[in-house]
Design a protein around this ligand. Structure first.
Ligand SMILES: [Zn+2]
Length: 179
């Protein structure tokens, strides 16, 4: 297995699945499923936080083996997972829909128009979080019930929904409970 010539650094608190999406885009692949197929990476095992599969990803990307030690979503049982030292029930971490803050995405776009520069932030997947704490912007769902194998391909979802992301303007407004 050789290290890829085109690689990336993970963003702060980036999950391996988000990073894998961006790495696929960086290498000109239309989606991370075909990217994993080409490299012999086990996408489901990476998605389930299996150590050897994540180490394979780190190897290709030229990263230390523990690069995702704090951000891998590790499946612990059928109904729960662990991120770092935190345990989550499946219902407290949405792994079916992909949500983004349009303003965060546009800020990233101003720094670089490359698709692989757009990071999907882990806390956007917590269903109880409805808005971006930086922008007070309602999170935008850009895919729903995506095909099992394509779930969490954040880069291809962002590319497909780019016009929607660019045109979104949904600041949260105060309701009667805020008065
Ligand atoms: Zn934001």
């Amino acid at each position: 297995m050789n290290r890829l010539a085109l690689t990336l650094r993970p963003a702060a608190l980036e999950t391996p699945t988000s990073f894998l999406s961006r790495l696929a885009a960086r290498n000109g692949c239309p989606d991370k499923v075909s990217f994993c197929y080409d490299l012999g990476l086990d996408l489901i095992a990476i998605s389930n936080g299996e150590r050897s599969a994540i180490e394979d990803l780190c190897h290709f990307a030229g990263l230390p083996n523990d690069a995702f030690a704090k951000t891998a979503v590790i499946k612990t049982t059928k109904m729960s997972c662990r991120v770092g030292q935190e345990l989550f029930e499946n219902l407290t971490l949405n792994r079916v829909e992909i949500r983004v803050c349009p303003k965060c995405q546009l800020e990233q776009h101003q720094l670089s128009s490359d698709l692989w520069a757009k990071v999907h932030k882990m806390h956007w997947q917590v269903p109880q979080i409805h808005s971006c704490y930086l922008h007070n912007e309602k999170l935008l769902t850009i895919t729903a019930k995506s095909h099992h194998i394509l779930r969490f391909d954040s880069s291809s979802a962002i590319r497909s929904a780019w016009n929607e992301i660019r045109n979104a303007d949904s600041p949260l407004t105060a309701d009667s409970f805020d008065n």
